[in-house]
Design a protein around this ligand. Structure first.
Ligand code: ASP
Ligand code: MG
Length: 445
């Protein structure tokens, strides 16, 4: 059994849905469960409806409903078989009317609770899967459309509901473990509370749905189909020769996700990690590519990818009080804690501490309070460059190569050895492109 998850861009039109179904058809002998997101930007449009209705802005609400209606009716209109098409269009129309009445309800009371928001957002996945299932039947595939709310059992934390894992695994087995099923189609993102109310798992939650279904059914693999060629060695906008990483460990993928790499987020695939199920990231537009395989087996040592995080600041505190003293770092971090500013990298010497923080925030209050502990210096327009790969620092030649190719680049901070999979450098933002190009040429060309 395999799980194939398609993101919004991979089901954004009937042409895209056809591609997705061609991929699913090839996997039919493995009893695929196809988990889908909402079509394209539908979730955003649904969110707009909740906001414009709450403002009482009828025109904006109608416009969003119109866009959603058009996208879905257009796609369903392309279904060849008349009776399949008409049944599908009828169901879509029923759902669209429900969206409209919910919007009217919201605009009457000019308020949208989280619970009502979830009731509306859930329609994205309900509509997309209705069309995908109809198209699959249209293509002659023996198809079963299920309602994920029957087995994704959550708490009442609407818009960010937590899944009751044990109850959900049993329910998934009860609902989906049918050896005769050819193609099963399920919604990502949505669930239901104990008292039967529709909930959602948080934006981007479909990957998590797919991982839970795969874990519950002991899938042989989970494929996440998106619009990029898996995980790349670095951002291709920075280095045009960037290429797909064929295999990486969960730990490496987690490290990359922190840097905002467009990959699956580690917490969403945790259920797959726990049951040691490999997760593939593949490109719907280039299905012949193998994509990236993420699995538990520790990959071979070496640099797997380069990630960057732009626009950070380095905050440094100099103080001779630090010399041979204890509790000083604790005092510094307590200040960051009070200002709710999270620190990414830290380096210390006997008389100074440097920390990297996100740049978007106003740091003047922080600066003032840290000033009571020592002399404070803040350098803006810096960037973190991270080399991610298993045990990179254990081979001193790798470290030597890094500094060898970066001769002449002002490196502001180095963080090495704190994790098995990461060597991070801070350089001025304007040096990012040069730094990444040199490192990429050294390790990947
Ligand atoms: N459709 C939802 C969203 O856009 C869930 C997902 O795509 O994973 O956030
Ligand atoms: Mg989406």
């Amino acid at each position: 059994m395999v799980v194939l998850k398609f993101g919004g861009t991979s089901v954004a039109s009937i042409e895209k849905i056809d591609r997705a179904l061609t991929i699913a058809e090839a996997a039919l002998p493995e009893h695929p469960v196809l988990v889908s997101s909402a079509m394209g930007d539908t979730t955003d449009h649904l969110l707009d409806i909740t906001r414009s209705a709450a403002r009482g802005s009828r025109d904006a609400t109608n416009e969003s409903v119109r866009v959603i209606r058009e996208t879905h009716l257009n796609a369903a209109g392309a279904i060849d078989d008349t009776s399949i098409r008409e049944a599908c269009l009828r169901d879509l129309e029923t759902s669209l009317r429900e969206i409209e009445s919910l919007a009217t309800g919201i605009s009457l009371i000019q308020e949208c609770s989280r619970r009502t928001q979830d009731a509306i957002l859930a329609f994205g996945e309900l509509l997309s899967t209705r069309i995908i299932a109809a198209r699959a039947m249209d293509r002659g595939i023996n198809t079963r459309l299920v309602d994920s709310r029957d087995f994704m059992l959550t708490d009442e934390h609407f818009t960010q509901a937590s899944v009751d894992i044990d109850a959900t695994y049993s329910a998934i087995q009860a609902h989906l473990n049918d050896a005769n099923a050819t193609l099963t189609i399920a919604q990502g993102f949505i669930g239901r509370t104990r008292s039967g109310v529709t909930s959602t798992l948080g934006r981007g939650g479909s990957d998590y749905s797919a991982a839970l279904i795969g874990a519950a059914l002991h899938a042989s693999r989970i494929e996440i189909w998106t619009d990029v060629d898996g995980i790349m060695t670095t951002d291709p906008r920075l280095v045009p020769t960037a290429r797909t990483v064929s295999h990486m460990s969960y730990a490496e993928a987690a490290e990359l996700a922190f840097f905002g790499a467009r990959v699956v987020h580690p917490s969403t695939i945790q259920p797959a990690v726990d049951r040691n199920i490999p997760v593939y990231v593949r490109n719907t537009n280039r299905p012949e590519g193998a994509g990236t395989r993420i699995s538990r087996d520790t990959s071979t040592p070496g640099v797997r990818a380069l990630a960057t995080k732009a626009d950070i600041s380095v905050v440094t505190i100099h103080s001779s009080r630090m010399l041979n003293a204890y509790g000083f770092l604790a005092q510094i971090f307590a200040v960051f804690d009070r200002h709710r500013i999270s620190v990414d990298l830290v380096t210390t010497s006997e008389v100074s501490v440097s920390m990297s923080v996100d740049d978007e925030r106003d740091l003047s209050d922080l600066r003032q309070e840290l000033g009571t502990l020592g002399r404070v210096e803040i350098e803006q327009k810096q960037a973190i460059i991270s080399l991610v790969g298993q045990d990179i620092w254990k081979d001193s030649r790798t470290v030597a190569r890094v500094f060898g190719v970066l001769a002449g680049i002002p490196i502001r901070m180095v963080s090495l050895g704190n994790s098995d999979v990461n060597l991070s450098l801070v350089v001025p933002s304007r040096q990012v492109s040069d730094t990444v190009s040199r490192l990429h040429a050294e390790f990947f060309n």
